[in-house]
Design a protein around this ligand. Structure first.
Ligand SMILES: [Fe+2]
Ligand SMILES: [Fe+2]
Length: 218
């Protein structure tokens, strides 16, 4: 499905810009104009990761899942909730710049936390949400790809935002790991697992799918 390929491509850039933000935030003084640099990161996250990428996930994928009868509670609700949290985290990062507190250790910590949350979010979408969509909504392929085309047509300046992301990554080489953060696949590494969401199988599987699972594995 072209929409899934495209969203995965966005993820590869977003996760690197998040890692680059961590590098910048660990030593903002390395930038000649740190407040301006932070503003460029916030522009990327607000306009590309949120207004373009997250909006496409919500308006096309999550809407199609709801129309297919999947409940709001569980993975759909969690994905939406995390988009809201990520939006608030960018506003909090921007406030460090506005208040002239970029050398405050809290800024580097906020950048690390944001990056860790974003990586976790991306891992879940890549390993749980997108594969589920690929199979559950296989018959909706044409409609979903039309949703992608409409979003692409409506958006403006996307290639400029991708160039901005690439420039930030080149200027501040991204970290590829964070202390205490283990990137992984599936529902188990998700912080909502067991709290608000019981995992995709328990939330989404039908009786038929469970029967099939037991027939295959027992
Ligand atoms: Fe998302
Ligand atoms: Fe995403």
């Amino acid at each position: 499905m072209r929409i899934l390929d495209e969203l995965v491509r966005h993820h590869r850039l977003i996760e690197r810009v998040a890692g680059s933000l961590v590098t910048f935030a660990s030593r903002p003084g390395a930038s000649a104009r740190p407040a301006e640099t932070l503003e460029r990161y916030c522009t990327f996250f607000e306009q590309y990761a949120d207004a373009y990428h997250h909006a496409m996930e919500e308006d096309v994928l999550l809407v199609a899942l709801r129309e297919a009868g999947l409940p709001e509670k569980g993975p759909i609700g969690m994905i939406r909730e995390e988009h809201v949290e990520n939006r608030a985290a960018v506003r909090a990062l921007r406030a460090f710049g506005a208040e002239g507190r970029l050398e405050d250790p809290g800024f580097a910590e906020a950048a690390r936390r944001y990056c860790a949350r974003l990586w976790e979010h991306i891992d879940k979408e890549d390993s749980v949400l997108f594969p589920e969509i690929g199979t559950r909504l296989a018959l909706e392929r044409a409609k979903l790809d039309a949703g992608l085309e409409a979003a692409e047509k409506e958006a403006s300046g996307i290639s400029g935002l991708e160039a901005l992301g690439a420039e930030l990554v080149a200027g501040f080489p991204p970290v590829e790991e964070l202390p205490g953060v283990i990137r992984g696949e599936g529902c188990t590494p998700c912080r909502h697992y067991g709290e608000g969401c019981q995992g995709v199988e328990r939330e989404w599987w039908s009786d038929l799918e469970w029967d099939e699972f037991y027939r295959r594995d027992h």
